[in-house]
Design a protein around this ligand. Structure first.
Ligand code: BGC
Length: 730
């Protein structure tokens, strides 16, 4: 580029842009296309992404190909071209290929503050899953895509969807629940919404990174059938329906091979069986070899080029990795860039709209907060009848909790978040939002450190609202479902002092609640995002009717879980809970993940998968079901009626019990629909059920098998409340 700071008109359809001046950091998401480059055959938008990729690859040198298959370094190690994200794949300006700027963006765009930017903190994705609302999942992804582009990123590193097999996993807040069909469908819509913003989307961490304990040394042991019907089914649905540009392979081993060099996972399944056309990117530092990983199906090493730099070049030159495989790796990356639109429509950069972000965040928090318990119509609150409210605990006077690690979003105006650093509270005040709803009530806050003082305040108030929290983060699991810092005792003391005690939970996953019988209401708001306080107040006072359902089971205690202790977790002093040596993560529960375990073992959960209350009531009737012929879907119809006195939405759930010969857990979720009904209104719901969702995975055939026999369909408001049932034969 001869005149580097010149702004060029590059012709119709292509952006004029300022070329690198060399004086300051320049982000090459938008390249300066010279007229000659703009005329290159691969810039012809009428051609398919695959054809365009082939045309540009013909022009590449071996070194350029190698450059595309690894990162340029994490964060600012990528040099002045880094946009500040977790990684960057250096582009090839002479061919019009931009830098791929990768940003962690699980629940909002990470690391904005250091660059003087702002990102919306959405409610955690576990709340997105709790909406059971595919349109909202789409909107969730769209907001992240939009804010990535605003901040000049063209690629996401979000889309966490490891199944919640281990309820104490420190990353559950950035995943989407324990059921493969719910998780798969939600993640698919998330990534579609994101990619529609012309950003490359990602799903991670493939696969079985279901716990943080020993995540870089553990070897997950599971049989093929259990794998295909649990975590891999979630990925299968999300990948085939969502068509992500990237899939990130995980740190752990799976049945003896690192996930990032596991031929079965990466090539046999992901690419050959599911037809994934995008590229596999390693988790940060999860690559262990050059030739083995490349031949197994890894396409891009991050964040650097320890294996996929010179070592891979040598392996290609020696024939250990065929040139055709390197071309395939490059093809997948470049075709994804064309398909995602990051070449034809690069991000131009814009100030993030915090108001739009706040509105989306508030809606998702309202739709994703689960009303767990509500007796004697404790909720919704009647402001006119309340003289005084005690608000207790969890900094509820000023803030709401957020999740830690690479899914951490910087607080507005805050300093850069430190990985593994302090727990970050976001400025959204439940107290102020509650005061705004009940302007005449006396509202007093007690921080909860002294439970006698908290109880005294509760006693002198009409109502007590206790906030409890469970901070979680990447890199570390919880050792127990019990809430930390004696919060159970705090709730007990307050509940003893005031018969109208409401508990608000800010957790990343399930928590034990030994006090549940002594409180009148409990609501799970997860890590509720930048408008968490306002959303909560709208729910408490009935401006919004709760409609979320748990995307996972809440156990009464650790003793009821498949693994009473997280596999590999060392409770030795000094180990920090971390596993100290390589070990097998034996997921002996196999198929019985979450509610399937509780059903099969006949254990009573604290709150069942799919549970969630409303301020209205619903009645179910008129169930019919037919099995499909051949590959056509089964069909279930039933009617839901709003039998209460206010409008509300219900996620009506269909479970199936397979024939006994299938040897499956008692039932599985196969379909649902979230329906909004006015008081007295009823609606017939007709749901198609894919044969795969009624099948078992047959290891001998290496395929799904719909067995002959009796199928019992159960319909209702949660996995433990299914008033309708019908049996049909296949
Ligand atoms: C996490 C990924 C993340 C990456 C980059 C890893 O430690 O597991 O989820 O995208 O870091 O920050």
């Amino acid at each position: 580029m001869s005149n580097p700071s010149e702004i060029r008109d590059v012709g119709p359809g292509l952006l004029p842009c300022r070329c690198p001046s060399g004086r300051r950091a320049v982000v090459l998401t938008a390249l300066c296309l010279t007229p000659a480059l703009a005329q290159s055959p691969w810039m012809d938008k009428k051609l398919s992404p695959d054809r365009r990729a082939d045309l540009v690859i013909e022009q590449m040198t071996l070194d350029e190909k190698i450059q595309l298959v690894h990162g340029a370094g994490g964060f600012d190690q990528s040099g002045p071209r880094s946009n500040g994200g977790a990684g960057m794949i250096a582009g090839i300006p002479r061919l019009g290929l931009p830098d791929v700027q990768l940003a962690d963006s699980a629940v909002g765009v990470r690391a904005a503050a250091a660059r003087g930017r702002y990102s919306t903190l959405l409610p955690s994705t576990v709340a997105e899953a709790a909406t059971w609302d595919l349109k909202l999942a789409h909107e969730y992804g769209a907001l992240i895509g939009r804010e990535l582009r605003d901040q000049l990123y063209n690629s996401s590193l979000g889309g966490g969807m490891d199944l919640m097999r281990e309820p104490r996993n420190g990353r559950n807040f950035e995943y989407v629940g324990e059921d493969p069909i719910l998780a798969g469908k939600i993640a698919a819509q998330f990534v579609r919404g994101l990619q529609e913003q012309n950003v490359i989307g990602d799903l991670k961490h493939y696969a079985f990174n279901d716990q943080e304990t020993g995540r870089t040394i553990g070897d997950v042991k599971l049989g093929r059938r259990a794998m295909r019907e649990t975590d891999l089914l979630a990925f299968e649905i999300a990948i085939t329906e969502g068509q992500p540009g990237m899939v990130m392979c995980s740190y752990n081993k799976v049945n003896g091979d690192w996930a990032c060099e596991n031929h079965y996972l990466l090539t046999d399944l992901l690419k050959n069986t599911w037809g994934f056309k995008g590229f596999v990117i390693s988790d940060w530092g999860a690559t262990h070899t050059a030739a083995k990983a490349a031949n197994a199906g890894l396409d891009n090493e991050e964040p650097g080029g320890r294996y996929f730099g010179d070592a891979l070049k040598k392996a290609v030159e020696s024939g250990e990795v065929p040139m055709a495989r390197l071309d395939d790796m490059v093809h997948r990356i470049v075709r994804t860039e064309f398909a995602a639109g990051i070449i034809d429509d690069p991000p131009k950069g814009r100030v993030v709209d915090p108001f739009h972000g706040a509105q989306v965040s508030e809606t998702i928090a309202e739709q994703g907060s689960v009303l767990l318990k509500n007796i004697n119509r404790q909720l919704p609150l009647n402001a006119a009848a309340l003289q005084s409210i005690a608000i207790i605990g969890s900094h509820a006077d000023t803030s709401v909790l957020s999740g830690g690690g690479s899914a951490q979003v910087d607080p507005p105006g805050g300093g850069p978040s430190i990985f593994g650093g302090p727990v970050i509270w976001f400025p959204s005040s439940p107290l102020k939002a509650i005061q705004a709803k009940a302007p005449h009530a006396r509202i007093t806050f007690n921080e909860g450190a002294d439970r006698n003082a908290a109880a005294a305040l509760a006693k002198s108030s009409d109502l007590a609202i206790v906030f409890v929290n469970q901070p979680t983060s990447e890199g570390k699991d919880l050792s127990t479902l019990t809430l930390p810092d004696n919060q159970d005792q705090l709730v007990e003391a307050v509940a003893r002092a005031n018969p109208h005690t409401i508990v608000v939970l800010e957790t990343g996953g399930p928590a034990a609640m030994p006090w549940i019988d002594r409180v009148t209401a409990a609501i799970e708001i997860w890590y509720p995002g930048i408008r968490g306080g306002e959303a909560l107040a709208n729910l408490l006072f009935g401006d919004v009717n709760p409609s979320a359902k748990l995307p996972m089971t809440f156990a009464k205690s650790d003793a009821d879980l498949p693994h009473p202790r997280v596999p590999g977790m060392m409770l030795l002093p000094g180990s920090g809970g971390r596993a100290l040596a390589p070990f097998d993560i034996d997921y002996t529960e196999g198929l019985k993940v979450g509610y399937k375990w509780f059903d099969a073992e006949d254990k009573q959960p604290l709150f069942a998968f799919g549970h969630g209350l409303s301020y209205t009531t619903f009645a179910y009737s008129a169930l019919t079901a037919t099995m499909g012929q051949g590959r056509s879907p089964a069909e279930v119809t039933f009617t839901v009626r709003n039998t209460g006195d206010r409008p509300g939405a219900e996620a009506a759930q269909v479970y199936a019990a397979l024939p006994a010969a299938a040897q499956e857990p008692p039932k599985r979720l196969v379909a649902w629909e979230k329906v909004t009904l006015a008081p007295g209104e009823s609606k017939q719901i007709r749901l198609a059920i894919e044969p795969k969702f009624l099948s078992i995975f047959n290891e001998q055939k290496n395929d799904w098998d719909l067995l002959p026999g009796s199928y019992r369909f159960l319909v209702g408001s949660s996995s433990r409340s299914t008033p309708l049932a019908v049996t049909v034969t296949h």
